[in-house]
Design a protein around this ligand. Structure first.
Ligand SMILES: Nc1nc2c(ncn2[C@@H]2O[C@H](COP(=O)(O)OP(=O)(O)OP(=O)(O)O)[C@@H](O)[C@H]2O)c(=O)[nH]1
Ligand SMILES: [Mg+2]
Length: 297
């Protein structure tokens, strides 16, 4: 059989379930997920295999009205992810009844030449009827080529979508080695996993303007890995939130992240977290480069 390989851009509003879907299509976690909107910050390639076909999935930051520099960089990275894609998936949260928040996305999608596929997500917690109404309206507005109803969370409908994507991919050699699941470096992935724990364990106590920066990543002689990361917050008043009583919170975050990293890297992990206050981090150019975002004016 001949090899096939292509790029699929996964676009949608914040929190639609794009990263969850990419993880489900890849068959393992490559992108972090949280209940907080704007979790994904830069484009990340998840690599799924289906028989002789390699499907490269560009997980992108949610599309929304950008205001601050970081927002602008994220939205621009999302649209960049759609460049030269063999298909564009628009992931829509099927639970949302209103659709006007999608208007700007629809306007930008309309005239794109790529094959457009509508993915109505979260069918596990939606009634059928409103879902069908949303689907019909969106198909009429955008002219999607196909529609899929899935639950990225339970995996319902995902194999069918994956098969269809595989069918659409052009015949060409694989772009990545067979065992590679994402294009993120271990160093960056490790920082992302800590950021996921930070969001998960602090929920709304911590505003969205916090980040985790990789500092050091050392392979020790005994085969274990020593990882140093910086949790960057924007105000001194957030420090006690991250630390918790007697340091209990940061300890729990570090412990959960370390455990997951040890499983992922299949070796012992020594994780060191430091908290830094930097109110201007979202305007610091080097942080953009670190997380793979273009610096935008
Ligand atoms: N019930 C249900 N929840 C889902 C499903 N897919 C995703 N979620 C939840 O929706 C939330 C957002 O999921 P993400 O995958 O982070 O969404 P995203 O589109 O990548 O979000 P951003 O990166 O912020 O743009 C998380 O709490 C997920 O667990 C689904 O099929 N069903
Ligand atoms: Mg995401």
């Amino acid at each position: 059989m001949t090899e096939k390989c292509g790029l699929v851009a996964v676009l949608g509003a914040p929190n639609a379930g794009k990263s969850t879907l990419v993880n489900s299509l890849v068959g393992q976690k490559v992108a972090i997920v949280s209940a907080k909107a704007q979790t994904t910050r830069a484009r990340l390639m998840g690599i799924a295999l289906a028989g002789e076909t390699q499907i490269i999935l560009a997980d992108t930051p949610g599309l929304f009205e950008p205001k601050r520099r970081l927002d602008r960089a994220m939205v621009s990275a999302a649209w960049d992810g759609a460049q030269e894609a063999d298909a564009i998936l628009l992931v829509v949260d099927g639970r949302k009844k209103k659709r006007d928040y999608l208007d700007p996305i629809i306007a930008s999608l309309k005239d794109r030449p790529e094959r457009k596929i509508l993915v109505l997500n979260k069918v596990d917690s939606t009634a059928k009827e409103p879902l069908l109404i949303t689907a019909e309206a969106l198909v009429a507005d955008v002219g999607f080529d196909e529609v899929f109803f899935v639950s990225a969370l339970t995996g319902d409908g995902v194999p069918e979508l994956k098969q269809r994507l595989a069918d659409l991919m052009p015949e060409t050699a694989w772009h990545y080695p067979a065992d590679q699941v994402s294009d993120a470096s271990e160093r960056l992935m490790a920082a992302e996993i800590t950021r996921e724990q930070l969001y998960r364990q602090l929920h709304d106590e911590l505003p969205y303007d916090s980040t985790v920066r990789p500092e050091k990543y050392i392979h020790r002689k005994d085969g274990s890995v020593e990882i140093h990361q910086q949790i960057v917050i924007s105000r001194e008043s957030q420090r006690p939130i991250v630390l918790g009583k007697g340091g209990a919170k940061i300890k729990a975050i570090g412990e959960a992240s370390r455990k997951e990293l040890a499983g992922l890297l299949e070796t012992k992990v020594h994780l060191f977290l430091h908290v830094k206050v930097d109110e201007r981090w979202a305007d610091a150019r080097e942080i953009y480069e670190e997380i793979g975002l273009e610096w935008v004016k």
